[in-house]
Design a binder for this molecule. Structure first.
Ligand code: RTP
Ligand code: MG
Length: 143
């Protein structure tokens, strides 16, 4: 498996709980390297555009409202099998169903406010990275 990049969001609930560092530590301990990172307060337009694939779903309005409720930290993570590895570290979408020791099991309580986002495929990762970062903001990690 080659080195991949994936896109991650530490959502407003986790930022409010002050666990940004603890979540980043989990990525780092699992061997993922941060190659870009910034804190942003999403506008409705940006959040809605990011989750456009869910625009017809019943939870879309609440999702956009939650994602714009406070700042988030967005990052690009790099490593072997990064997309699947990040999804494994995050746990199931619903924290109540997330495996013990995963980020969502440890830092979230509800499906609506579930601490983190992670790309679900390499194709999504490429689109999501480009949605938030210019190529010049990605910092190759040579050591
Ligand atoms: P994410 O995109 O945030 O990483 O989460 P995911 O892939 O695990 O889940 P996805 O199906 O892409 O849904 C995106 C976000 O929408 C909220 N959601 N609510 N109430 C519901 O049934 C429901 N389903 C999804 C969640 O916050 C989920 O993370
Ligand atoms: Mg998703």
């Amino acid at each position: 498996m080659a080195v991949q990049r994936t896109f991650s969001i530490i959502k407003p609930d986790a930022v409010a709980k002050n666990v940004v560092g603890e979540i980043l530590t989990r990525f780092e301990k699992a061997g993922l390297k941060v190659v870009a990172s910034k804190m942003v307060h999403l506008s409705e337009k940006t959040a809605g555009g990011f989750y456009a694939e869910h625009s017809e779903r019943p939870f879309f309005k609440d999702l956009v409202s939650f994602m714009t409720s406070g700042p988030v930290v967005v990052q690009v993570l790099e490593g072997e099998n990064a997309v699947a590895l990040n999804r494994e570290l995050m746990g199931a979408t619903n924290p109540k169903e997330a495996a013990a020791g995963t980020i969502r099991a440890d830092f979230a309580q509800t499906i609506d406010e579930n601490a983190v986002h992670g790309s679900d495929s390499e194709t999504s990762a490429a689109r999501e990275i480009a949605y938030f970062f210019a190529e010049s903001e990605l910092c190759p990690r040579t050591r």
